[in-house]
Design a protein around this ligand. Sequence first.
Ligand SMILES: [Fe+2]
Length: 299
Amino acid sequence: MNISRRSFITGAGISTAASILPARWANARDVNGEREIKLRFAIASDLHYGQRNTPFDEFAENMVEWINAEKKDKGLDLFFINGDITHDEPGMLIQLRDKHLKNLDLPYYCIKGNHDYVDEKPESPTESWNKVWGYSTNHTVEHKGFAFVMADTTVAAKSNVYLAADKKWLAGEFQKHAKAPAIFSFIHIQQRAHKKDGWPAHGVSAAEQVEKAEAVMDLLETTPNIRGVFHGHNHNETKMWVSGERRYFFDSHVGGSWGAPRGYRIVEVDSQHEIVTYQIKGEDKKELNRNPLPQSVRA
Ligand SMILES: [Fe+2]
């Protein structure tokens, strides 16, 4: 039996019965016993591990604790850290990986942010993203038939350069996964310029990049099975932005020195491929907002 979409939609700050049920992972069901969760994943961004004058080890410990608790209590398939995982120092990638991320109880993937530097010197342990993580800065993961497409929007090691994602690479990945029930796209830097259509600050800004990034947004908005686009970078943003047929989400931040309350985002897909996403404030586990992810914005 299908659960009605209405059951997924709640106002900001309101927790539903489904979200507080002690649903176990193998057979998670909603309050009416009608919804079986097929896929559940978490996203956090902007840990800024190593940023001076911040308790960055504590931030990393908190993040690992929050995500492991989600896995234990409700089940999680995957975890994505959506850029600026470190702060301007390549060596911090290794320290973060070996001191904290090794404690995560589930597979995780890192998207490169503009503060994540690699040291391109040959033989450096941080010579490339691939050397640190085992995959490149443009990378796709498949899980349970779903595709998770992570796109690079940065240069190797210079802060505050915001790039358009590689549209050609993205188009190829989307084509490869045209039959997937859903594609989720992770892009650290918002591809829309500040103020265009009221969008928030910190998007691409150089004219040449703005033009390329708008073409990326066209691609995102004309690829039918993309169900959500997730950004990091703007620590103040917690909500959903709509453009064309696509929904774009921010999830504040888990570290660093500024921004909205720290937290993370959950995405749940049920057996009918109904999808919902909600943001959790880390310190008290309060749900901050909740949105469905229909195939069409007009659905
Ligand atoms: Fe950033």
